[in-house]
Design a protein around this ligand. Structure first.
Ligand SMILES: NC(=O)c1ccc[n+]([C@@H]2O[C@H](COP(=O)([O-])OP(=O)(O)OC[C@H]3O[C@@H](n4cnc5c(N)ncnc54)[C@H](O)[C@@H]3O)[C@@H](O)[C@H]2O)c1
Length: 338
């Protein structure tokens, strides 16, 4: 156990990575932003200048060979996650990796094995677990406050107007990168239960012109668990009223609700009726959760004890994403043991 702040390097200085780097630089007392690695050196330099970080590189071996670097925070595109994670773990660096941890179950298994062999933290960016409302709900379920879960729901709606290019984002992104948060949330809230059945329906309703290209931007998924519970997960790339992430668990003794599209509990009443401000970005709604998860990663490096979501959690959530893809392709429900 050491109390010295840990030295972290950001890997991937894009939208999410910049948010993580800023948090590490200014909001996390037990971590230090030691460096930034990106294939796009110019982007990394610009971020480094803004945050006062001078160790900027596009050479991965400069990180793995540096004795003072304790760990990395990976926010590169999903297709690189597993290889990068495994490489850093094999070279003695702890890894925090954004979701999804990989795009196949085999690569997550290999990365988890590398983490185990190295005895190092390997934490996945399932940030909802660190949000106050979601964490409180989990505690209530564990106390038995709502009895046994019977029906669960989790939803993610990105804020509109949606500015993505459907011809550039990889096929199945809605399952690999969006709903994977909801799948982790549902598995985590319905602890110790296995998913036995998955059924997904999806469409391109936001950008119907891209459907023939394989683009999907609206999806609803049903899950059946072996403790009898039934769950629904849904995602939409374009909610014109703002960023909307909510969940609910109805149990034999009560119900828990998490998330609120309203930014504050101030409502403005005027001649037109009542109005609320709504959340517009993930970095706002989950500001404290994003910070808490990296703080927990730094804690894990210091104490040698990981508390955050790990390779097994990544594997289970991805297995549901893959079952969804199978369900879309077959048009049928998929029997699972997840
Ligand atoms: N947890 C969340 O709420 C949340 C929110 C947004 C994004 N994400 C995840 O974060 C990841 C990044 O998303 P983003 O929106 O920031 O993407 P982005 O495209 O904005 O940024 C990716 C960055 O990675 C760099 N890069 C590309 N290949 C690389 C490589 N091999 N090694 C190092 N750097 C490389 C790019 O130059 C770019 O700077 C994705 O996996 C996404 O799912 C998570």
């Amino acid at each position: 156990m050491t109390t010295k702040p840990v030295n972290l390097v950001l890997v991937g200085a894009g939208r999410m990575g910049s948010h993580h780097a800023e948090n590490i630089a200014f909001n996390i007392s037990n971590a230090n932003l030691f460096g930034i690695f990106d294939q796009n050196l110019e982007g990394a330099k610009a971020l480094g200048e803004k945050l006062g970080c001078e160790f900027i590189t596009d050479n991965i071996d400069e990180i793995v060979n540096h004795p003072n670097i304790d760990g990395v925070v990976i926010a590169a595109p999903a297709r690189f996650h597993a290889n990068l994670s495994k490489y850093f773990l094999e070279h003695g660096k702890a890894v925090f990796c954004e979701k999804p941890a990989g795009l196949t179950l085999a690569e997550i298994e290999e990365t988890s094995a590398a983490a185990e062999a190295a005895g190092l933290p390997y934490q996945i960016g399932f940030n909802r677990r660190w949000d106050r409302a979601f964490a409180d709900a989990k505690a209530k379920i564990q106390e038995g406050a709502i009895g046994s879960p019977q029906q669960l729901r989790s939803l993610t709606r990105d804020p509109g107007p949606w500015g993505g290019d459907p011809f550039k984002i990889p096929t199945w992104t809605i399952f690999y990168e969006t709903l994977i948060h909801d799948f982790d949330t549902l598995l985590w809230l319905n602890e110790d239960a296995n998913v036995t059945e998955v059924r997904a329906i999806a469409d391109a309703l936001v950008r119907p012109d891209a459907k023939s290209h394989g683009h999907l931007d609206v999806a609803t998924v049903t899950l059946r668990f072996d403790n009898g519970a039934i769950a629904v997960a849904e995602a939409n790339f374009c909610a014109m009223y703002g960023y909307d992430v909510r969940a609910e668990v109805l149990g034999s003794l009560g119900m828990l609700q998490m998330g609120d599209v309203r930014k504050t509990n101030m409502t403005c009443y005027d001649k037109d009726g009542a109005k609320d401000d709504t959340w517009r970005a993930d970095s706002h709604i989950f500001a404290s959760g994003y910070t808490a998860q990296i703080r927990a990663f730094a804690d894990a490096i210091q104490s040698g004890k990981q508390t955050g979501p790990n390779g097994r959690d990544a594997h289970r959530a991805l297995a549901i994403s893959l079952a969804c893809i199978e369900s879309i392709e077959s048009g049928k429900e998929v029997q699972t043991n997840i």
